[in-house]
Design a protein around this ligand. Sequence first.
Ligand code: GLN
Length: 263
Amino acid sequence: MKKFLKLIALVLTIAMAACCFAACSKDKSNETENNAEAPEADNVLTVATNAEFPPFEYIENGEVVGADVDLANAIAEKLGMELEITNIDFDAALTGAATGKYDVAIAGITANDDRKKNMNFSEDYYKASQAIIVMADSEIAAAADLKGKTIACQEGTTGEQYLLDNKYEIMSFKTGAEAVSALTSGKVQAVVIDNAVAKALSEKQEGKTVVLDEALTEEAYAIALELGNDELTQKINGALKELKDSGELAKIFESYELPYDAE
Ligand code: GLN
């Protein structure tokens, strides 16, 4: 009987030792896995955007897609980095890039002097302007007719800034789509928003609205980065230049029917 107990004790000891060994070696293998992942984390380009800006960024089948997303992919590929896109509010995307929470923000962002005080910008990649959307039967035919009207716009954008600078009465919305809803429901008489987006949003109204043929501003989109992150800014500029020179950038815009004239 004693012998039998001894045998059980021995078997248990061996079993425990085996478990311990397995656990230890598992830990080790985890460690190496983690170590292998660590450099990869540096190799991810984190991109903030606001997928409410068709055709630059919007949601399709639950995914963030659009010309800016294709551009982000092409840049990440050139830099040999993986892409991680986060869809957040437009102002959060701007501050997220400015503070370095995200490597970059790509969201049809106009590079203007005000913003340049708080963040780095890449070279420009697309020329844009502010445009006016009105109801198809509206009496507003040009910017001159906007006086005394209430105009909807998107919060925190250059369109909103233009309207404030020109002392219009405005209603600001989180998204351009909501601004257009305010127009079609009669709450406002016009919407001011970036030209290509005005066209995309107006087309969804199937003839109820039109975009006036008048550019209110001259702007250019660029990629926003943390103020002072010159190293990544230069890398992004290098990738952008390659994409411009090879015609890849033009192709991206073409595929979204976005007019593009390379400088
Ligand atoms: N281009 C405009 C801006 O930078 C609008 C951008 C946007 O709404 N995504 O303010």
